[in-house]
Design a protein. Structure first.
Length: 96
């Protein structure tokens, strides 16, 4: 079986206040790629009927759904053919 184009380490995340997102990195054969998942996307994962998340809750949601988020990031990385980092994951990406 072929290696995935991007690999993730569990627990590698941080809050990016100016983007209201959680940042995380993936490793590729060409180096490290940065990803951001918006607080709106994290809200969608937790409860689509909820309005917003504060930074602490957003980080908790990231931890809870980290494996799913990595799968979404892998899919989007392949779909976007890499793209310009950071690769931004939005609510639309977690819905599909």
């Amino acid at each position: 079986m072929a290696n995935p184009s991007v690999r993730f380490e569990m627990g590698d995340y941080y809050w990016v206040a100016e983007r209201e997102s959680v940042g995380f990195t993936g490793a590729t054969n060409l180096g490290v790629v940065e990803f951001l998942i918006t607080s709106e996307a994290l809200t969608q994962l937790l409860d689509p009927d909820r309005d917003t998340l504060d930074s602490e809750t957003a980080l908790e949601v990231f931890i809870e759904f980290e494996s799913d988020i990595h799968r979404i990031a892998q899919r989007e990385f392949v779909k976007r053919l890499g793209g310009e980092p950071p690769i931004l994951l939005t609510a639309a990406d977690v819905e599909g």
